[in-house]
Design a protein around this ligand. Structure first.
Ligand code: G5P
Ligand code: MG
Length: 225
């Protein structure tokens, strides 16, 4: 009676597969709290925290940061959210990270965005971001209202240091090597749901329909795709 059921989800997919884009739609439609490990790291770099200064070169080169560092950062941000439905984006990225998460929470669903590498390469070179909020734009797909400026704050947009073509290649390779096993991990637990395609607008209605079925107690705020 009245006990709100909590829904815990992870969104996976190669760099540039659209995790950030789809996550913000999910957060809006289903009132889940969106937590992005990459946004957390970039916020630390922007604020020049000790952690940010230490991790900057690693991230700029497209390498994964150490498992214990990222696990501590993400798991501490989940503290106090026992009664909140959330969506993790960018974490876990290795089996060690998946084990760390598993020791604290069971994940209800893992949404896997499966997008071809060539599509990804094209997207990332035209991505622009507003670092303080994590809002993502693309000069072809979802351009800002005013070129080079964030829609909400009017602040300047930047390109990520790790979106250069060589660094994107490295990130895609690392994804195949280090993150594919995490997909197997969740497949074996029976919670993996894969969505394939080259366009987010075509993938999204399927993700929306899936979550509408999955999320208990009809939590959708807006409910429309
Ligand atoms: P991040 O921040 O987690 P990645 O590499 O996993 O970074 P990324 O690049 O943020 O993932 P995304 O979120 O999957 O990609 O994709 P997105 O931003 O929504 O979309 C990409 C672009 O395509 C955007 O410009 C978007 O507008 C556009 N787009 C979307 N859909 C379409 C479409 O249909 N058509 C077109 N034309 N465009 C579209 O991690 C960054 C770094 O942080 C560290 C690592 O160093 C990592 O490299 N890190 C971790 N290290 C260890 N462990 C972890 N768990 C870590 N998490 C982060
Ligand atoms: Mg992202």
């Amino acid at each position: 009676m009245g006990l709100q059921t909590v829904f815990r989800a992870v969104i996976m997919g190669a760099p540039g597969s659209g995790k950030g884009t789809v996550s913000s739609r999910i957060a809006q439609s289903f009132a889940l709290k969106h937590l992005s490990s990459g946004d957390m790291l970039r916020a630390n770099i922007e604020a020049k925290t000790d952690l940010g200064l230490l991790m900057k070169s690693c991230i700029d080169q497209g390498q994964l940061v150490p498992d214990d560092v990222i696990s501590r950062l993400v798991l501490s941000s989940l503290r106090g959210l026992e009664q909140t439905s959330w969506l993790l984006d960018g974490f876990p990225r290795t089996v060690a990270q998946a084990d760390a998460l598993d020791s604290v929470y069971d994940v209800d669903s893992v949404i896997n965005l499966d997008v071809p590498s060539q599509t990804i390469r094209e997207r990332l070179t035209s991505r622009w971001v507003h670092l303080p909020s994590g809002r993502v734009y693309n000069i072809d797909f979802n351009p800002p209202k005013k070129p080079g400026l964030d829609d909400v704050t009017g602040e300047p947009l930047v390109q990520r240091d790790d979106d250069s073509p060589e660094t994107v290649s490295r990130r895609l390779k690392d994804y195949a090597r280090q993150t594919q096993p995490v997909l197997e991990y969740y497949r074996s637990k029976g919670v993996l749901e894969t969505f394939s395609g080259t366009e987010t607008n075509k993938i999204w209605p399927h993700v929306h329909a899936f979550l509408t079925r999955k999320i208990p107690g009809n939590q959708q705020a807006l409910g429309k795709a």
